[in-house]
Design a protein around this ligand. Structure first.
Ligand code: ATP
Ligand code: LTN
Length: 326
């Protein structure tokens, strides 16, 4: 059995990009692997957060994990800050990383852009992410392609430690889906769909109602030639919508191109609204059921306990290999 680990930040409502790039994989993988899914609240505080809102967002993400099909009987679900090993290992790995490699991270560059001084946590964000992964002897990390560079850094750190000390870490692999790996913003298909973009119509959140979904899709940027055809380079808007339609409906892009031959973007978008509403309906229903339940808190407590036990074993080995503690 392989060990799987992944995390999502509690920084806002989960959108179709998070779902199709990451969460869908979480559900698939739990059938044949030992899966650990985390709500990475310590990553969220790399930018300012309102404490009350953060606490609510943690529970939102936890409930959404379960609503999309993560099963707490098969997978461990927990909150990062409930397991102290993440911060502990992060410091040790910080001492093994170099400022040069962290300066090259594109997420750091884009999030600190135009600022004279950026939070140090934003700079060391990828080291904490490496700690999350290495703490559980992870083999596979399901993520969207925007995380490739962070996964590479995690591998580099694991290999570096293994080469300079006793073999300490498993070197993990990223897992990316072919279709959902990079869902683009609806208002600007040159950017990835993002939780933090200002325009709410740039994304579809899993909890959006029908009217919002309709508005966002009908407004989505497309080109002016009106032909429903996949061409990511020259027709990025309609290609992104085709991609979303395909993953949500299970129909291939070729089948969809055939179905809409001779029809305009209007018909296509109207149907995509329906497909999206139908796909999100059961997720929303399950979310409503569980979000304010005692069961959710129980699942997180139990998850933290189980994750804590695994992490303690790793930390014992790491400290031994680094000559730390007694
Ligand atoms: P923000 O957009 O505010 O920076 P985010 O949604 O990218 O946040 P996370 O919540 O940490 O950040 O992402 C959770 C998972 O969703 C990660 O695996 C990430 O790769 C994936 N993901 C995020 N955006 C997309 C997207 N547009 N397409 C596919 N996968 C995505
Ligand atoms: N940086 C990731 C979130 C994240 C993560 C992880 C993903 C934090 N720690 C460990 C996988 C494994 C992001 O998606 N923005």
């Amino acid at each position: 059995m392989k060990r799987v680990f992944s995390g999502v930040q509690p920084t806002g409502n989960i959108h179709l990009g998070n779902y199709l790039g990451a969460l869908k994989q979480f559900v698939e993988l739990q059938e044949e692997n030992e899966c650990i899914y985390c709500i990475v609240d310590m990553h969220a505080i790399t930018v300012p957060q309102d404490p009350k809102a953060l606490r609510e967002h943690i529970l939102d993400v936890a409930a959404l994990y379960l609503a999309v099909g993560v099963d707490p009987k098969k997978s461990i679900v927990f909150v990062q800050s409930d397991v102290p090993g993440h911060a502990e290992l992060s410091w040790i790995l910080t001492c093994c990383s170099h400022t040069g490699e962290l300066s090259r991270m594109t997420q750091f560059k884009s999030k600190s852009q135009n600022k004279e001084s950026a939070p140090t946590g934003l700079f060391t964000y990828p080291v904490l992410m490496a700690a999350d992964i290495l703490l559980y002897d992870t083999d596979i990390v399901p993520v969207g392609v925007d995380q490739t560079q962070h996964i590479e850094l995690c591998r580099d750190l694991a290999i570096r430690v293994n080469n300079t000390r006793k073999k300490t870490f498993i070197v993990p692999e990223g897992r990316y889906l072919k279709e959902g790996a990079r869902i683009m913003a609806l208002d600007d298909p040159s950017k990835k769909m993002s939780k933090s973009a200002e325009n709410v119509h740039s994304r579809i959140s899993l909890l959006d109602d029908e009217a919002k979904i309709k508005k966002s899709i009908m407004k989505a940027t497309t080109d002016s030639d009106g032909v429903v055809k996949f061409d990511a380079e020259n027709k990025p808007g309609i290609s992104n919508l085709l991609n979303i339609y395909s993953v949500l409906s299970g129909m291939s892009v070729e089948e969809l191109e055939k179905k809409y031959e001779g029809k305009g973007y209007g018909d296509f978008k109207k149907d995509l609204v329906q497909v999206t509403v139908d796909a999100l309906k059961p997720i929303k229903a399950r979310y409503e059921e569980i979000r304010h339940s005692e069961e959710l808190l129980e699942i997180l407590r139990d998850g933290a306990k189980r994750a804590g036990e695994i992490s303690e074993k790793t930390m014992k080995r790491v400290k031994e290999n680094f000559g730390l503690g007694f």
